[in-house]
Design a protein around this ligand. Structure first.
Ligand SMILES: Cc1cc2nc3c(=O)[nH]c(=O)nc-3n(C[C@H](O)[C@H](O)[C@H](O)COP(=O)(O)O)c2cc1C
Ligand SMILES: [Mn+2]
Length: 503
């Protein structure tokens, strides 16, 4: 299964797979679409294509990423772990020994070379070019998501910048509050690469291109927390198996994906700022108004009948759940490169991704669990994690009931809880200071005398002989079939939805 080449192919695939519902009656992008979408997401319903939107000629796609199945369809895989395996295979490349291995490595290297974005001279995203006074964001069906949002927000953009010192391209997903027909805010937070590009600019101004309406893998890549020097479009090309094609923008010196539905071109300046927000965010709360730079738009280019994609975040679970879960799975091999003792990890959706990390490890020495906590608090955007729970290798980190048992049973709060401090998500409202505060670690692994514990008792387990005996005699007891899958998992429905993601 190849992943779709643009948004239209993706919509067609969703429709063939009965994963799309077309809404033909007129709906209001002011709050109404949010309520419809939120109900659909929370009941694991289909992607929605709104064909008739009040005040706009454009169709709006939403909930394209709302389930694990659709996320797998987007990547052309059966399980998200298959995407991780592909990346892990590449990362674990060692110097080749024999001839056969050399040839195989060449293949892998070629797949990296083939993943680099490719310049093309024409793109569907430039069928219509509007500049100057013709730029009009009012024409797009931009949603106002929640009642206390002051304006509509573009919520699914791929924001393209370039590091002024190195020339390296960055792509990030940063919401954009509409200000008027020709400007928006640019909500890149303090830890993000787009903001770093602006700060590195010698004259305080950088060109910015915003691609809206991409194939799902390229759209996902904008949300991927990659190290700054690694290009999101290169990773998208690698995951898709074909390069992202880029066209030269019309009014700025940047390139944008040729397959985009819509591209906004413009500039952002350090001194040109205003109060952005509040916004009903993925934290489940409104993030308060705060100063952010303004994006001044010099051109809008688009397809003739451009489709506008959107996403609603809010109290979890929301549609961004599976974008986050894709990142959780895809980054496991990369995390293991630096912290190889990690067996698996889970970022609970209810923890809004940065509030809690559960991690299982092969424990080998005293203080090992603490070493892993500090490693996580030092790794990319995982460094913003507020709490870390470390369990032994045999524990299923995706089974929250099991994890809760381990924490309750194995933790002496005086000995096994780490309370420290460090950087936190800029949007987290709970710390006293913004972006900085407390961190909590639970060492829920088994401890021995070398860690100040008494003899650790053996866990309870039936002998294999008796288990086999009962297996063999099960029918004789004439018991009703046990209701497997209901107990022990993460509550009805939730646990089941994770089955295929599990390792
Ligand atoms: C739907 C969605 C909306 C997001 N909105 C923002 C945002 O407004 N500001 C922000 O800094 N990050 C936002 N993020 C997270 C970033 O996209 C993510 O941290 C990404 O790694 C940023 O790219 P960068 O690492 O190149 O800066 C959002 C993610 C998703 C999935
Ligand atoms: Mn980046």
């Amino acid at each position: 299964m190849a992943s779709p080449s643009d948004l239209r192919e993706w919509i067609a695939l969703l429709e063939r797979e009965r994963e799309l519902h077309r809404v033909t009656v007129e709906v209001d992008p002011d709050l109404e679409i949010t309520e419809i979408t939120d109900r659909t997401v929370k009941s694991k319903g289909p992607a929605l294509l709104f064909e008739n939107i009040k005040g706009s000629k454009h169709q709006l796609l939403i909930n394209q990423f709302g389930t694990e199945r659709r996320m797998c369809l987007a990547f052309g895989v059966d399980r998200l772990d298959d995407v991780a395996a592909k990346l892990g295979n590449l990362l674990e490349m060692t110097p080749p020994q024999g001839l056969v291995e050399k040839v195989r490595s060449l293949g892998k290297l070629k797949s990296i070379a083939d993943s680099m974005p490719k310049d093309v001279s024409k793109g569907a995203c430039q069928e219509i070019v509007l500049t100057g006074d013709d730029v009009d964001l009012d024409a797009l069906p931009i949603m106002r998501c929640w009642p206390e949002d002051p304006a509509p927000f573009i919520t699914l953009p791929a924001v393209i910048t370039r590091d002024p010192s190195t020339g390296v391209r960055n792509v990030g997903m940063y919401r954009m509050q509409k200000i008027d027909r020709r400007s928006t805010f640019m909500h890149w937070q303090i830890h993000k690469d787009g903001r770093a590009d602006l700060l590195a600019s010698p004259d305080g101004t950088i060109p910015v291109a915003v691609a809206i309406g991409l194939d799902p893998v390229t759209a996902y890549s904008a949300s991927a927390p990659l190290p700054k020097h690694i290009g999101e479009f290169m990773v998208a090309g690698f995951l898709k198996g074909s390069p992202v094609e880029l066209v030269q923008c019309k009014t700025i010196d940047l390139q944008a994906p040729a397959n985009a539905e819509i591209v906004l071109e413009g500039t952002v300046s350090r001194d040109d700022v205003g109060l952005e927000g509040p916004f009903g965010d993925h934290t489940g709360y409104y993030t308060p108004a705060e100063e952010f730079p303004i994006f001044r738009i010099s051109a809008v280019t688009m397809r003739r009948d451009a489709i506008y994609p959107s996403i609603v975040v809010g109290v979890p679970p929301a549609e961004d759940e599976w974008l986050g879960k894709a990142t959780e799975r895809i980054f496991l091999p990369a995390i293991r490169m630096s912290v190889p003792e990690i067996v698996d990890y889970d970022l609970p959706t209810a923890g809004a991704f940065h509030n809690c990390v559960i991690v299982s490890i092969h424990k080998r020495f005293p203080g090992h669990a603490k070493k892993v906590m500090y490693a996580i608090w030092g790794l990319g955007l995982l460094s913003l994690s507020k709490s870390v729970v470390v369990v032994d290798a045999h524990v299923d980190v995706h089974d929250y009931e099991q994890v809760f048992f381990q924490v309750c049973a194995n933790v002496d709060p005086k000995r096994d809880v780490v309370l420290t401090e460090g950087p936190l998500d800029q949007l987290d409202h709970s710390p006293t200071l913004q972006s900085y505060g407390g961190k909590l670690g639970f060492d829920a692994t088994a401890k021995g005398a070398d860690e100040g514990a008494r003899d650790w008792p053996p866990p309870i387990r039936m002998t294999d002989a008796v288990r086999e005996l009962v297996d063999a005699r099960w029918a004789e007891y004439a018991l009703p079939a046990p209701d497997v899958g209901v107990s022990g998992k993460n509550g009805p429905g939730r646990g089941g939805s994770r089955q295929s993601v599990r390792r």
